[in-house]
Ligand binder design. Structure first.
Ligand code: ADP
Ligand code: ZN
Length: 517
């Protein structure tokens, strides 16, 4: 048995490596610079803790969360490993014990908070103690365009240069820009040995549906899975309460959960969910951090999640036991409008807003997908293409049609009214409806008036939603949300490009029977 396998069993108490772990461990032990991208819960910490025990000197671990550091140090000590942390949360005794361990050369892992790196004293100390590996947890914190940016992470590159030792960086954030920035800031653009693993959760069925009658859709989805434990994520606190009540009325056992509840009420809901079978918790994203329930059978999103990362993390709470689990994500034009407005009205600098719009586009691309959703999801995380056989579009391929003419008509309606209006009014124009607003503005004399009668209102809503989803039309916050054409739509308007749309994108609620448990 190799040294690594012996340590895995004797120190960490595991019989086998998880997929991907062994290759990373080998590379880190071998002294490579490493960038490992693994999903949350994938087992990252082992990938630097185990090599730290094999290598000669001290491994410095940089992590942004003091609570997590303290947790890991406690677990390591319980396993008999000499580990310590230097953080602002230390007692004097703890700090003294760390220094003793360093003086005697027995300490193997030293966790430090990134803000320590800004003091010259800490840099000097790290130079003296015989560091031979730097491990960086949550390495995406070095990215200025991400939401977890930590200026002190920018000093890690200096530290690596000063110590001249290998560095292993870990993150669950996988988009290409973030990865590039990590390589630039931590590795001076010298490509590290990179690992990307474990994003596929093949037992989780993926499905999206356009919001039609959203409450009905969630109730139907839950009804087909009665008696199973599930989570419904909602965009607002008020909605968690009303939807939980509706589920109770429909005969389910259901509780709401959100950040506005006091700590005791939240705790008791968590405990009840953990213990009880068949409870549905209707929650904001505040729910889930402390939940470690392996047999959650389904997760539904009553509103579009924030990002692909958030979507992945939230659906990932289902089916931890490996048995089949199901998901349903609802989305509609209101979600798109809300998210765009949040980005535009936020205080972030322009480049960051652009990056956020691009991130939202990636999520909407998944929602409006025309082919296997898992292939798009895994493609986003950089993993290989698959056709999964376990998503709604593998079950029933999308029914697409050439939507070029419809899109051009819709664009024309927006342009001829000065890009001041939302889809409701534009659809009235296309359908040739006789409304007060149309008469007041004289829009019945537009050449676009009444040119869209081949579709009904719902079909036009689906066309507009798909156009917003593909970022051809964007609500403009400076025009009360009036839809503006984006540059991406120009080729279609000019007749230089065509576009496929889904015919069936306004779906009936999911009435698929749940698989037998
Ligand atoms: P993260 O990747 O989110 O940092 P952790 O390192 O905390 O994840 O690991 C997640 C969980 O997986 C922990 O409970 C850990 O004990 C467990 N784990 C890690 N490696 C293995 C393994 N080889 N076998 C079984 N469980 C493992
Ligand atoms: Zn698929």
């Amino acid at each position: 048995m190799s040294a690594a396998n012996t340590l895995l069993r004797d120190v960490f108490g595991f019989d086998n490596f998880r997929p991907g772990q062994e290759d990373i461990v080998d590379a880190v032990i071998g002294g490579d610079n490493v960038l490992a991208i693994m999903p949350t819960g994938g087992g990252k910490s082992l990938c630097f803790q185990l090599p730290a025990l094999v290598r000669d000197g001290v491994t410095v671990v940089i992590s942004p969360l003091i609570a997590l550091m303290r947790d890991q140090v406690r677990a390591l000590k319980e396993a008999g490993v000499e580990a310590g942390a230097l953080t602002s949360g230390n007692t004097d005794e703890e700090t003294a014990a760390v220094w003793d361990g360093l003086d005697q050369g027995t300490l193997k892992l030293l966790y430090i908070a990134p803000e320590r790196l800004s003091s010259g004293a800490a840099m000097g100390m790290l130079r003296r103690i015989g560091v031979d590996l730097i491990a960086v947890d949550e390495a995406h914190c070095v990215s200025q365009w991400g939401h977890d940016f930590r200026p002190d992470y920018l000093r890690i590159g200096d530290l690596r240069r000063a110590l001249g030792v290998p560095l292993a960086a870990f993150t669950a954030t996988a988009d290409a820009e973030t990865r590039e920035e990590i390589v630039k800031r931590l590795f001076d653009d010298q490509p590290p040995t990179t690992f990307l693993h474990g994003f596929d959760r093949p037992n989780i069925h993926l499905a999206f549906a356009a919001k039609d009658s959203p409450r009905r859709q969630i109730l139907d989805f839950a009804a087909a899975r009665k008696g199973q434990s599930g989570i419904v994520y909602c965009g607002t606190r008020a909605k968690t309460e009303s939807l939980a009540a509706a589920l109770r009325e429909a005969g389910h056992s259901s509780l709401h959960y959100h950040g506005g509840m006091d700590a005791d009420a939240r705790r008791s809901t968590e405990v009840q969910f953990q213990r009880e079978d068949g409870l549905i918790v209707v929650a904001t994203v505040a729910f889930g951090m402390g939940i470690d329930k392996p047999d959650i059978r389904w997760v539904a999103h009553a509103d579009l999640p924030k990002s692909i990362e958030a979507y992945y993390q939230e659906i990932g709470r289902a089916g931890r036991d490996g048995a089949p689990a199901e998901t349903l994500t609802l989305f509609g034009p209101d979600d798109i409008r809300l998210r765009r407005t949040q980005i535009d009205e936020g205080l972030a600098p322009a480049e960051m807003q652009m990056a956020d719009h691009a991130r939202l586009n990636a999520l909407l691309g998944l929602a409006e997908a025309l082919k296997c959703r898992r292939s798009i999801l895994l493609g986003y995380f950089g993993e290989n293409d698959v056709t999964c056989g376990n998503c709604d579009l593998c079950d029933t391929p999308a029914d697409v049609f050439d939507g070029t003419t419809a899109v051009r008509k819709a664009l024309s309606a927006a342009l001829r009214t000065g890009e001041w209006f939302g889809s409701g009014h534009l659809i009235d124009i296309l359908l040739g409806n006789d409304t007060d607003k149309i008469r007041e503005r004289g829009h019945d004399s537009l050449p676009t008036y009444g040119v869209g009668t081949e579709y009904d209102r719902r079909q036009w809503q689906a066309v507009f939603r798909q156009m917003m989803g593909r970022d051809l039309l964007r609500p403009d916050p400076e025009r009360h949300g009036g839809l503006r054409m984006t540059d991406d739509a120009l080729p279609i308007l000019k007749g230089e490009a065509s576009i496929e749309l889904r015919r069936d994108s306004i779906r009936k609620a999911d009435r698929r029977p749940a698989p037998k448990a």
